[in-house]
Write a protein that binds this ligand. Structure first.
Ligand code: AHR
Length: 668
């Protein structure tokens, strides 16, 4: 049985007739043998994660209020009021002149009520370009407030832009020192759209002429698995539906910072939210760091994905397009940063009686986390000299001495000259469909020299053959296309077939908020209440859910002669299903006669992603799922009875990805 976890509701199930002809003429003859070439690592398909495109804040992270604690803004500027607006004429500014709610959060919202005010007056937060209001949900909120001059009630509400109130609460007890107020909303109706606000008001007749201060707001809907400070349910479920094998975090560029000081500092992402200063990170917007180290580790556990921890390697990406400006820590000054990484790893894997393990325990997690993979930096091929001279070595030697169980990933491909020699390497590729098709066989001839690859970032980003990261007007894709996803699938068959070399792979980037982003295309696009699974998402899901435990040899193996068909065969020794994953990267349907070296049970299931049936755009493959048309291209499931247990033929549609699941006897 083909496993399509969590997706069945979206897929159309069709029982197709028994295949009419046994041997099709002019077809590829493809034999699936019982010969196991190697085991497939559990890590093979997963995710690379960083906060880009509001993937974390405003995306996966459940927090609904944007700029909730005025982190990373300059007090007194209009920009500091991002996502906040006055309601009925209150004067708003962000200030650090009064003490903030904590040392880490020095900024607060100053609200001046004009001397002439009679009606309800205050301010609103517009969320991450809207707030989803859902009847039946319980929203948990909090805010800090103080005032030297006002001690009356404060009313907080969830409202539509047009003035409909969905839920409201009165908060009493404001005084001259900071006090945390907690509240809940249970909307009595769902909002028609995302154009809703979090509204905070006082009665103008009693508050006229007075000043109030507010800080560290928060508002959460129900979260994935009900976790405090957790994830947006629908988006988290999308990840869970793909059963990822690895979770690399926290970047990507976002690990590195534009300066050493603005790098991702693990110790500033743990503990109470009030103790997390946040930072303006590499993608230009403030990160709350509400999704911090522990949240990521718990999340990886929730997904049953193995973490790959990226650690800062002594470099920042100031002026990204001019590599010579990137500040590099000289070797003589590197030790404090190495120590910081040692502390970070101890925090993750140390017993509760170690210095940093005890900090973790004090935050509620006594058991160490499982961690095996440490990635030194990100894309250090751009700064190979210092990486090869000392950065790689100094981090690896120090971490290896204290944590000998760790395995290290280098990031400097194509440089091979590292000491100590690397055994795992992270390789990134953003390119055209043709690049992925042309390289689908790359790993077949890669020397078996014990080097393991993590294809840690890859995507078809453009149809532009010379600059795949150019603008939308020059071929860059807004959304993944069918053509691109099929090309990625061709490459993925190569990675799976060679998973003795490629131990992990992850499409990147994963997430995009349609109202504010830095990178296209992305696996999933969303706004405050909708989302769309892209064609590439479906391919990821098809590959990672329908996973074998062992690769099976086929005759022939894919080659330039069998292009545009690319495939990999595998066997799952828990379910006794043989999988044949096939990408047809051509523009015509292609038939294969499939011969089995074993007798199947006569049942073959297929999941296939291709041109929408009966589509007026048949023959045109540069098509995408979009927020406006989210289900244009969705996988279809077929169940087939085959008259002969050891052979059948199958037509692989033009520009499609198909996974056949052949129920078999135990093969090993
Ligand atoms: O995935 C987007 C960016 O591409 C990553 O942050 C970086 O590693 C790569 O250059």
């Amino acid at each position: 049985m083909l496993r399509i976890l969590g997706l069945l509701h979206l897929l159309s199930c069709i029982s197709s007739p028994v295949l009419s002809e046994l041997i099709a003429p002019n077809a590829l003859n493809l034999r699936i043998t019982k010969n196991i070439t190697h085991e497939i690592p559990s890590t093979i398909f997963g995710y690379m994660w960083e906060d880009i495109n509001h993937s974390g804040d405003g995306g996966l992270y459940g927090e609904l209020l944007q700029n909730r604690a005025f982190q990373g803004v300059i007090p007194g500027t209009q920009n500091a009021l991002n996502a906040w607006q006055s309601y009925n004429g209150a004067r708003l500014s962000v200030t650090s002149k009064t003490q903030g709610v904590s040392k880490a959060l020095p900024n607060s919202l100053e609200v001046k009520i004009p001397k002439v005010a009679t009606s309800l007056i205050g301010f609103e937060n517009t969320g991450y370009w809207g707030i989803k209001v859902q009847e039946g949900w319980t929203y948990k909120g909090s805010l800090y407030a103080k005032s030297d001059s006002y001690n009356g009630p404060i009313t907080v509400s969830l409202k539509s832009n047009r003035g409909t109130t969905f839920a409201s609460q009165k908060l009493e007890g404001i005084s001259s020192s900071w006090k945390k107020f907690e509240f809940q909303f249970k909307p009595t109706a769902s909002a028609a759209d995302e154009n809703n606000v979090f509204n905070v008001v006082v009665d103008g007749s009693t508050a006229a002429g007075k000043t109030l201060h507010f800080g560290m707001f928060s508002l959460f809907p129900p979260t994935f698995k009900g976790r405090e400070n957790g994830m947006r349910m629908d988006l988290a479920q999308l990840f869970a539906d793909t059963s990822p094998g690895v979770w690399r975090f926290p970047g990507g560029n976002n690990l590195e910072g534009n300066s050493w000081d603005s790098r991702w500092k693990w110790n500033e992402t743990i503990g109470p939210l009030e103790d997390r200063p946040g930072r303006v990170a590499d993608w230009g917007y403030p990160n709350t760091d509400g999704l911090g180290l522990l949240e990521y580790l718990n999340w990886a556990e929730d997904l049953e994905a193995e973490p790959i921890l990226g650690v800062w390697s002594g470099i920042s990406t100031q002026n990204y397009s001019e590599f010579s400006t990137w500040p590099i820590v000289p070797e003589a000054d590197l030790q404090p940063y190495i120590d910081d990484v040692l502390n970070e790893i101890e925090f993750i894997v140390g017993d509760a009686n170690t210095t940093w393990g005890s900090v973790r325990a004090s935050l509620g997690r006594t058991e160490p986390y499982a961690l095996r993979f440490i990635e030194i930096g990100n894309e250090d091929q751009f700064q190979q000299d210092s990486y090869a001279a000392y950065r790689w070595r100094d981090f690896v030697d120090a971490i290896g001495a204290k944590f000998p169980q760790m395995e290290f990933l280098a990031t400097s491909l194509p440089s091979l000259a590292l000491d100590p020699p690397y055994q795992r390497i992270d390789f990134h590729q953003y390119n055209s469909p043709n690049w992925f098709i042309d390289n689908a066989l790359f790993f077949d001839s890669y020397p078996r020299n014990n080097t393991k690859w993590f294809v840690g970032e890859y995507a078809v980003t453009s149809t532009n053959e010379t600059n795949a990261l150019d603008t939308l007007t020059n071929g860059r894709l807004a959304y993944p296309t069918l053509q691109g996803a099929v090309a990625e699938a061709a490459f993925m068959t190569g990675m799976e077939r060679n998973s003795d070399v490629v131990f992990a792979a992850s499409y990147a980037p994963s997430f995009q908020h349609i109202r504010s982003y830095q990178w296209t295309p992305d696996l999933v696009t969303y706004d405050a209440q909708r989302f769309v699974r892209s064609t590439s998402y479906y391919v990821q899901q098809m590959f990672s859910v329908n996973k074998g435990t062992h690769v099976l040899a086929t005759e022939p193996t894919p080659s330039n002669d069998t292009a545009p068909l690319f495939w990999s065969a595998s066997f799952n020794n828990e379910t006794d299903v043989v999988y044949l994953k096939v990408s047809n990267t051509g523009e015509t349907d292609l038939v294969a006669n499939i011969f089995l070296d074993f007798a199947s049970t006569g049942t073959v299931s297929a999941v296939s992603l291709g041109t929408p049936p009966l589509s007026p755009i048949t023959g045109h493959f540069n098509i995408s799922n979009t927020l406006e048309e989210p289900e244009l291209i969705t996988p279809t499931i077929f169940n087939m009875a085959i008259p002969f247990l050891d052979r059948f033929n199958y037509t692989f549609p033009a520009t499609s990805v198909t996974i056949l699941g052949i129920q078999s006897p135990p093969l090993n």
